[in-house]
Design a protein around this ligand. Structure first.
Ligand code: XMP
Length: 513
């Protein structure tokens, strides 16, 4: 590994990705590994600068509870245990863990020992709020440890052994509610572990371009470009690395938002790549006629996409590399077991079986979304493209409930455009993670002028989320919603009612289909 790095051992906690993101915010590279996939041999070989144990749902005394060998603390590598990780450290090193009479959950006033390097930053007061979520706690510290924090209910909210560079915190410094939590993580990775902070997107761009060049040599590279953030950043990176050896195929299935197909083409005009836009609107529409079941729609679009892409790819002849815009959360998620299929997601992940190529390359595989965005800017992509919000592979087809028609597509495009325009005007476009309109299949009675109308109901959806696995509906001010509603019913024909979706995920999903 070229960069100094921190190993994050995953014990099944819910904030693990957040820990990794915080470490990267300190300009330090890190990798998350399930605790049972990183044994002592692996650790010795990969030489991390430090190790972080995450939280997890277990109790150290539980049957089959995840654990580590004592040897891990004797390698001379600094360790930071968080929540379950802190209890595990105490337990394995001979301390004692007990169960609280009342679980501690939420914001908790915490008293810190400023002599402990984790809490030594000037901006951290002696007393501040930390975020707790636990039932067990360290009731006796192992030999050689000193207490470094406490709360009313938790006698050892943090402990450390300075000489051995072992640190443990019962609370979650990675969560925003912990005041100055980032400075604690910074102090661990930069001061205790001694990481220099060599992980920046400027450096990354340079190394990634170099390594793609070395790998690809004079080979041909193929990329399915959707116009989304990940595939666009990848196109930019590859174009700098291999120029015209890259062909990007952009399949326009006709379910894009207003002007979007042209915008994608425009964004890549003038770049040193082969850019192919396939207009497959008719083909997709003809297969969608009479189809209203959401899963059937997704399946047809997925299949048709592959067919169109394959036909286009064949025209290029043999390609050597298929590039994919996989990013780190996809990597972590796909390694974390068999979650139930809620929706069959269509994205380029399904392509490899159908295209003849030698190898897959995934240069963004180690990046989080925010890092991918930074890299995009570094490579010269526009702010607009880099901040484009997520858009599902099947596009507007899953935002029109029931059968899709050209008329409904046009209605939805216009309404969605107004909604997005108003959100941007209100300056909320970067705070809301995803916002869009859905054309319901419901019609209701209204009145316009002196006439009765019987038109469609449009739903607006806006969510705030960090991982898209759970989401809150966004608290858009009523006056912004009012402008959206007024403009939509006035400017878009066939809509006479606008509703705002106030459901969280779960139980709803973000998209309606
Ligand atoms: P749901 O609706 O499952 O959506 O809560 C979670 C996130 O995934 C996006 N999404 C998709 N992305 N292909 C994609 O690449 C798909 O088929 C697809 N379906 C949903 C959705 O927009 C949201 O960001």
């Amino acid at each position: 590994m070229e960069h100094q790095h921190i190993l994050i051992l995953d014990f099944g906690g819910q904030y693990n990705q957040l820990i990794a993101r915080r470490v990267r915010e300190c300009s330090v590279f890190c990798e998350i590994k399930p605790y049972d996939k990183a044994d002592i041999g692996y650790i010795k070989e990969s030489k991390p600068m430090g190790i972080i144990f995450t939280g997890g749902p277990n109790s150290v005394y539980g049957e089959g509870a995840p654990s580590v060998s004592k040897e891990i603390f004797e390698l001379g590598i600094p360790v930071l245990g968080i929540c379950y990780g802190s209890q595990l450290m105490a337990y394995v090193l001979g301390g004692e863990v007990s169960t609280c009479v009342t679980s501690e959950y939420g914001k908790t006033e915490t008293e810190y020992d400023k002599d402990c390097v984790l809490f030594s930053s000037d901006e951290l007061p002696k007393k501040a709020v930390s975020w707790m979520s636990h039932t067990d706690y360290i009731s006796r510290m192992p030999e050689g440890f000193k207490k470094a924090a406490q709360t009313w209910n938790c006698p050892v909210a943090a402990m450390y052994n300075e000489e051995k560079k072992l640190y443990a915190v019962q609370f979650h410094p990675e969560v925003n509610h912990t005041e100055h939590g980032l400075s604690m993580i910074y102090n661990f990775v930069r001061k205790v572990c001694g990481c220099a902070g060599d992980w920046t997107m400027e450096n990354y761009a340079e190394t990634a371009i170099r390594s793609v060049r070395e790998k690809v040599g004079s080979g041909k590279v193929l990329l399915a470009l959707s116009g989304g953030v990940d595939s666009s950043v990848l196109a930019a990176l590859l174009s700098k690395a291999v120029g015209r050896q890259l062909t990007c195929i952009f399949v326009d299935h006709g379910f894009m938002r207003k002007n979007e197909g042209d915008e994608v083409e425009e964004a890549f005009r003038g770049w040193d790549i082969n850019f192919v836009r396939v207009d497959a609107k008719e083909q997709f529409m003809s297969r969608m006629r009479g189809v209203s079941d959401p899963e059937a729609k997704r399946k047809i679009i997925g299949e048709e996409f592959i067919r169109v892409f394959e036909a286009e790819a064949k025209k290029i002849g043999r390609v050597d590399f298929l590039a994919q815009g996989t990013i780190y959360p996809d990597v972590i998620e796909s390694g974390s077991g068999d979650a139930a299929v809620i929706k069959s997601h269509h994205n380029v992940g399904g392509l490899p079986d159908y295209v003849d190529f030698k190898e897959i390359i995934e240069p963004l595989r180690m990046l989080f979304k925010d890092e991918t965005r930074k890299l995009g800017l570094e490579l010269g992509l526009s702010e607009k493209l880099v901040w484009r919000q997520p858009f599902p592979g099947p596009g507007l087809a899953v935002r029109i409930i029931g059968e899709i028609t050209d008329e409904k597509l046009e209605i939805l495009r216009d309404a969605d455009h107004i909604f997005r325009e108003e959100i941007a005007k209100a300056g909320m476009d970067r705070d809301i993670n995803q916002y869009f309109a859905v054309l319901t299949n419901n019609r209701s009675v209204g009145v316009m002028g002196d006439f009765r109308t019987y038109d469609y109901t449009l739903a607006l959806r806006a969510v705030e989320t960090s991982d898209f696995m759970t989401a809150e509906f966004s608290r858009i001010p009523y006056d912004v919603l009012e402008v959206c509603s007024r403009r939509i019913v006035n400017e878009v024909k066939s809509i006479n009612r606008v509703v705002y979706d106030i459901t969280t995920k779960p139980p709803a999903t973000i998209e309606w289909e």
